[in-house]
Design a protein around this ligand. Structure first.
Ligand code: GDP
Ligand code: ZN
Length: 456
């Protein structure tokens, strides 16, 4: 059964030229539309090679028409796919023709993500899976694409559902006990509720760890390069990126605007932000750049504070250190070690988690730096991250954890345990349902689907 009333259409393939271009239409019942468009019915799930004609019977294009009857389609509604040639103009004409024919059926242009939203509303997938559709399309590395596909096939949702089932089971026991107050006293013992709660808690912790990895894999890490002019920030960005994207010069203060480069370390996306060198200056334009640098630094997940290894105790660097945010993980990176005489190596702080020696020119120390960044990203190479997750999933899992802890607290400390215990279990359960979309506000749905591309 479909929830929506009007059909929607959009070009489903990416803008630009391609071998094939697809116009997709979805609606509760497209049989009338199909007949009007082709003057013949189409057999569902069969490839029909046909002309796509205009109002005068002239072919706009010819190609494959595929018809899927509800509910056996992507959206769970009737879906028609017109696969023609992948040119912008020809696809626009085919789409325009669809609207001409579709006017009688109330055909509208699809909003971003509306096909997938319908798939969600028609129970073809849950919300975490619908999000995975967008994540798969947007994946910037093969590892992220693999994770998105795993989420899409339900790997994440299945674990959420399994955990939810265990909470439901416990809730049922509590409700049953509340209905028979005389048994209340030995509820915890009788059903080993404390043990059950403990094992639900353990499972949730493992789920949170994996979700964190999945979120890093999806969103990556924002790393800001900070330091005085000429210490080699842009050179390091280039060395990490492997190609020339920032301007490198000998004149101090060249990188006035920020440059961001997306790199991948073991498939984990890392956004590296190069910034204008930090120093005292009278130059107005340069000062604007320096202000922006501080804004970037404030937003960073990780700060790489670059220091010229030949002057490790420079006063200006001490000033920078005193101004860096206290709570952001910071690595002091001593660059230009290739220029350092061996006798001066002793002047540098010992290498450890927060002090590294590198050379952007020779590549010395860069591999260690990459591994440090992964580690700070919360990434451990040994933990399989089977699926992608989003920030909102992490928050829901955190809140679920809080409610389970409160439930535990009531179980241990409260006289009226059962009512409060039951309520916390209910709230913990609700948080899990938010992830899969069983209970979700329209606002949230709108926000999620509007970030999709049109035609998906
Ligand atoms: P930024 O102002 O901090 O971005 O510094 P740049 O990357 O523009 O580099 C300033 C100067 O230092 C350039 O001449 C670079 O070629 C040079 N430089 C940067 N890193 C190294 C390094 O590791 N070794 C040597 N020898 N020179 C470097
Ligand atoms: Zn620079």
């Amino acid at each position: 059964m479909s929830i929506t009333t009007y059909p929607i259409a959009a070009i489903a393939t990416a803008p630009g030229r391609g071998g094939i271009g697809i116009v997709r239409i979805s609606g509760p019942d497209l049989s009338g539309f199909v007949h009007a468009f082709f003057s013949q019915p189409l057999r569902p799930r069969h490839a029909h090679f046909l002309p796509f004609n205009d109002a005068h019977g002239q072919a706009i294009d010819e190609g494959i028409a595929l018809y899927f009857k509800a509910p056996h389609s992507y959206t769970g509604e009737d879906v028609l796919e017109l696969q023609g040639h992948g040119g912008t103009a020809v696809l626009r004409r085919v789409l325009a023709r669809c609207f001409e024919v579709g006017a009688a059926f109330g055909l509208r242009h699809a909003a971003p993500g509306e096909f997938t939203q319908r798939a969600f509303l028609n129970d073809r997938m849950d919300l975490a899976q619908a999000e995975a559709v967008a994540d798969l399309i947007n994946a910037s590395s093969e590892a992220a694409a693999k994770g998105a596909m795993a989420s899409l096939s339900g790997a994440f949702s299945n674990q959420i559902n399994a955990l939810a089932d265990r909470i439901i089971h416990l809730r049922m026991l509590v409700e049953a006990t509340l209905d028979f107050p005389e048994e209340e006293i030995d509820f915890l013992e009788k059903y080993q509720a404390a043990e059950q709660l403990q094992s639900i808690h353990d499972e949730l912790q493992s789920l949170r760890r994996h979700a964190k990895q999945g979120q890093v894999m999806r969103d990556g890490l924002h790393v800001v390069l900070a330091g005085q002019p000429n210490v080699g920030k842009s050179s390091l960005l280039n060395a990490l990126a492997g190609d020339e994207i920032a301007i490198v010069t000998d004149i101090a203060g060249t990188t006035r605007d920020r440059v961001t480069q997306l790199i991948h370390i073991d498939g984990v996306p890392i956004h590296i932000v190069d910034t204008a060198g930090l120093r005292e200056t009278e130059d107005t334009v340069e000062n604007i750049g320096i202000q922006r640098s501080w804004q970037e630094i404030a937003k960073a997940n990780v700060i790489l504070h670059l220091i010229d290894a030949r002057h490790p105790n420079d006063d200006s660097d001490q000033t920078i250190i005193s101004r860096l945010p206290q709570h952001t993980p910071t690595i002091r990176v001593y660059n230009k070690c290739d220029l350092l005489e061996t006798s001066h190596l002793d002047l540098l702080p010992k290498e450890n988690d927060s002090h590294l020696r590198i050379s952007a020119h020779t590549g010395q120390g860069l591999e260690t730096l990459r591994q440090r960044l992964l580690h700070l990203a919360g990434w451990s190479p040994n933990t399989e991250s089977p699926w992608l997750a989003r920030e909102r999933h992490l928050h829901a899992l955190d809140r679920c954890d809080e409610h389970l802890q409160l439930a535990r607290f009531h179980a241990q400390h409260d006289d009226q345990i059962l009512d409060l215990f039951a309520e916390e279990l209910r709230l913990a359960h609700t948080e899990l349902c938010e992830i899969t979309g069983t209970f979700t506000s329209d606002d949230l749905l709108g926000e999620i689907f509007s970030s999709f591309c049109i035609g998906k």
